[in-house]
Design a protein around this ligand. Structure first.
Ligand SMILES: Nc1ncnc2c1ncn2[C@@H]1O[C@H](COP(=O)(O)OP(=O)(O)OP(=O)(O)O)[C@@H](O)[C@H]1O
Ligand SMILES: [Mg+2]
Length: 257
């Protein structure tokens, strides 16, 4: 009997992200990851917490192939991250860097958002539709003709989010999305993230933001996953937080259900 394999990318049961036994040492010998295992289902929003130096950014840089595992594997929507799948993977993983200036380099906001989809072959009306849609979703359509370096930090962060949304990614990965945002911009970004129908992995030191946006959190500490569970339960566990140098802001109490 012949079994026709279902395309992994189209199957509803495939996880958006699977990381298996991922270990990595930098060229200078610093071992940053010691065997990370995690899986994130389609449509989940998950926070990645952990102290400075825990390996969060190192992990994130494996998700779209900026770094190559020393050991173990990463799979996005069923597609393994490898040299020969990188083009596909870069479309599937929308990585928003902590600093929007690492992401925006074109003369106008429109050009920046069009860059990825144009590279993927979109042209004309179809390209315009995608760019307009992505800018509208982050409330930046009115700024399409402006140079990114004339925008405020919060506005640049929104444009950086639009550049990855325009690629219609399988998973949106954000490194410290709320850092340097004023309270209104922080709340507006939360509303944008909540309105998106996409899997999200969000690295953050902002524990209330994790609680507000992500039902589930992972704690990465010393290069391994130290906890994985409902954000509310993790943040209510004072011993766990102290053990991994995580602290709620002064006066913050976990709201009761
Ligand atoms: N380019 C590099 N070369 C050597 N070691 C590095 C390099 N980048 C990071 N490291 C080391 O790898 C470990 C993990 O760093 P990483 O940047 O992933 O931490 P992080 O969890 O993102 O921390 P933070 O919360 O400060 O952003 C640290 O010990 C760090 O010093
Ligand atoms: Mg980091």
């Amino acid at each position: 009997m012949t079994v026709t394999p279902v395309s992994p990318a189209s199957s509803e049961t495939v996880n958006s992200l699977e990381v298996s036994r991922l270990a990595y040492a930098y060229p200078d010998g610093t071992q940053a990851l010691f065997g990370v295992d995690l899986a994130i289902g389609r449509g989940e929003r998950v926070a990645l917490l952990g102290p400075n130096g825990a390996g969060k950014t190192t992990l994130v840089m494996h998700l779209n192939g900026i770094l190559t595992p020393g050991h173990g594997s990463v799979t996005v929507g069923g597609v393994p991250v490898r040299k020969d799948t990188l083009k596909d993977i870069r479309q599937r993983v929308g990585l928003v860097f902590q600093d929007p200036d690492d992401q925006l380099f074109m003369p106008t906001v429109r050009d920046d958002v069009a860059f990825g989809p144009a590279n993927a072959g979109l042209r004309g009306a179809e390209l315009d539709r995608v760019v307009t849609g992505a800018l509208a979703r982050v409330g930046m359509l009115d700024f399409a003709g402006r140079p990114p370096h004339h925008l405020s930090f919060g506005q640049r962060r929104r444009v950086a989010v639009a550049t990855v949304l325009a690629m219609e990614p399988e998973i949106l990965v954000l490194d410290e999305p709320s850092s340097n945002l004023d309270p209104a911009a922080r709340r507006e970004l939360a509303e944008i993230l909540r309105s998106l129908d996409v899997t999200v992995l969000m690295v953050t030191h902002d524990l209330p933001y994790a609680l507000e946006l992500c039902e589930r959190s992972l704690i990465l500490s010393g290069g391994v996953i130290a906890a994985d569970g409902p954000t509310r339960e993790l943040l209510a566990d004072e011993e766990l937080l102290a053990e991994h140098r995580l602290e709620l802001p002064f006066g913050f109490a976990i709201p009761s259900l």
